[in-house]
Design a protein around this ligand. Structure first.
Ligand code: ATP
Ligand code: MG
Length: 140
């Protein structure tokens, strides 16, 4: 299995409750390496672009409001099968359906405030990483 990179966001509900370190520990325990990381306030246009695929969904306005409600930590994670592996670490989108031991089961407050994001394919990972990091900010 190839070494991949995936894009992660520790969402405002996580930073607000000081959970960045706890989630990073779960990321590292899963064998993923944090090769880039910064704390930023997402602007509304950034959030709208990032989640543009959902722009016609009924929850879009709530999603953009949630993502801009406070600081986020954007990250690039590297490792074997990183995209699938990180989504396993996160668990299902809805915390009520997430497996025990996952980030969302442990920490998510709701389907909207679900603590972290992970890319869902190599194509989206590349696009998402490029939205927040330049090449020399990623050090593997
Ligand atoms: P993410 O893209 O954040 O990693 P995901 O891939 O598990 O999550 P998506 O279907 O891509 O899930 O939804 C993107 C985000 O939109 C979810 O993480 C969640 O915050 C929000 N969302 C999804 N469905 C709903 C819903 N029914 N009500 C409110 N918010 C939702
Ligand atoms: Mg998604």
């Amino acid at each position: 299995m190839a070494i991949e990179r995936t894009f992660s966001i520790l969402k405002p509900d996580a930073t607000r409750r000081n959970l960045s370190g706890a989630i990073n520990a779960m990321i590292e325990a899963a064998g993923l390496r944090i090769v880039a990381q910064k704390r930023v306030l997402m602007t509304r246009p950034q959030a709208e672009t990032f989640y543009a695929v959902h722009k016609d969904r009924p929850f879009f306005a709530e999603l953009v409001a949630t993502m801009t409600a406070g600081p986020v930590v954007v990250q690039v994670l590297e490792g074997e099968d990183a995209i699938r592996r990180y989504r396993e670490v996160l668990g299902a989108t809805d915390p009520a359906k997430a497996d025990p031991g996952t980030v969302r089961k442990k920490f998510a407050l709701s389907i909207s405030e679900n603590s972290a994001h992970g890319s869902d394919s190599p194509e989206t990972a590349a696009i998402e990483i490029e939205q927040f990091f330049s090449g020399n900010e990623i050090v593997g």
